[in-house]
Design a protein around this ligand. Structure first.
Ligand code: ZN
Length: 367
């Protein structure tokens, strides 16, 4: 029913080409390869050199029924594919990006190949960006514009082991804070110094105290730097926070605290400069996504398939889409795990089930 030999051949081809987010030429190679395959099945393909993004539509219309999203980049540096290229054992496939998310890219391709024939009226748009692993900064505007024309979106990030889909993702905020103080000899003239580290320490305790895991808010001071020697009062310190939230007002609460701390510096002579980095809204279930969840669950039941639903802390393009108000389900790709590590794996035994289930779901959108 599904040509899994062809699937694995195309997957191998993609995995064996490095496509680290920072190597734009490598990502573009994946793009060219996919664009060729899309043209072969008669899609209207547009490539965007600035962001190394590709869109491929079944119809020339501006609006479409469904957006299928897959990123082409991986977290692995150039040379990784050469060192540990695609391989399979009886049940799993391995290699950089095999699950996250080159298998998702191949899955979209196979689905659209078939849907073109079975559901010629279904207006599909495929969106492939090339910098998701670095928060889609380059592709942000392009994806935003495109998603404005979609009724529904499905993101083919890896499914979770256990035939899992992702129904919610936490939002994210990175906060980088630089503290500048006055250096002085810690023994001879401590009164002349203003310790950037002392001020930073207060911010760390105050901000991490806002963590409230019960409602899904976590605040982690992930890296700190500062000072040059124990006998010198530090004139510089730097901290990077990772904030995850399930509810949007929580982001406000954190930012208000940051503002308050900045207005009330406790170590005289120290200044703090705050940079907010990659703010992402949470992907939270809505009335429409609840219906999409119901729809997938129902189709799975018809196929006598067990599926599971996950709420996760990691972010993806689905966060952006949800933030722009597009009904979106994530984790629709073949299942895998140990993502972003050398142990990344893809469940080969999940391929057929996932293809068939998502085919049934998408085919039913046009009725
Ligand atoms: Zn991914």
């Amino acid at each position: 029913m599904w040509d899994l030999t062809e699937f694995r051949k195309e997957l191998k081809e993609l995995v064996n080409i490095d496509s680290c987010s920072s190597d734009r030429d490598d990502v573009a190679r994946i793009g060219e390869l996919l664009a060729g395959k899309y043209r072969d099945i008669g899609l209207y393909v547009e490539t965007h050199a600035g962001c190394t993004c590709i869109q491929a539509k079944t119809h020339p219309d501006t609006d479409f029924d469904v957006l299928l999203v897959g990123h082409m980049d991986t977290v692995f540096p150039r040379g990784t594919a050469g060192k540990r290229s695609y391989r399979e054992d009886e049940s799993y496939a391995y290699g950089p990006g095999v699950a996250d998310m080159k298998a998702g890219l191949v899955m979209i391709l196979h689905l659209v190949r078939k849907l073109r024939k079975t559901n010629p009226g279904l207006r599909i748009c495929i969106a492939n960006d090339g910098d998701e692993e670095t928060d889609s900064i380059l592709s942000y505007e392009w994806l935003k514009e495109l998603s404005g024309h979609a009724r529904y979106a499905y993101v083919f990030e890896p499914g979770r082991p256990g035939n899992g889909f992702v129904k919610s993702r936490k939002g994210y905020l990175g906060i980088e804070i630089d503290f500048n103080g006055i250096s002085a000899h810690a023994g001879n003239a401590p009164e002349k110094g203003a310790s950037a580290i002392r001020e930073m320490a207060r911010w760390i305790t105050e901000l991490t105290a806002l963590q409230n895991l019960e409602i899904g808010t976590s605040v982690n001071a992930g890296t700190v730097n500062g000072g040059i020697s124990p006998n010198v009062i530090a004139d510089h310190a730097n901290v990077y926070f990772d904030v995850r939230i399930r509810q949007m007002p929580e982001l406000l609460r954190i930012k208000e605290k940051v503002q308050e701390l900045q207005k009330n510096i406790s170590v005289e002579g120290v200044t703090a400069s705050v940079k907010y980095i990659s703010e992402m809204t949470p992907m939270s279930p809505t009335e429409i996504t609840d219906r999409m969840i119901e729809h997938i669950t129902q189709k799975a039941e018809e196929l006598h398939m067990e599926i599971s639903w996950f709420c996760v802390g990691g972010v993806s393009d689905a966060n952006h889409l949800a933030g722009w108000g597009v009904p979106v389900i994530c984790g629709c790709g073949p299942c895998g795990g140990n993502l972003h590590s050398e142990e990344e794996f893809l469940e080969l035994f999940s391929l057929e089930n996932r293809l068939e289930l998502m085919f049934q779901v998408l085919a039913d959108l046009s009725v």
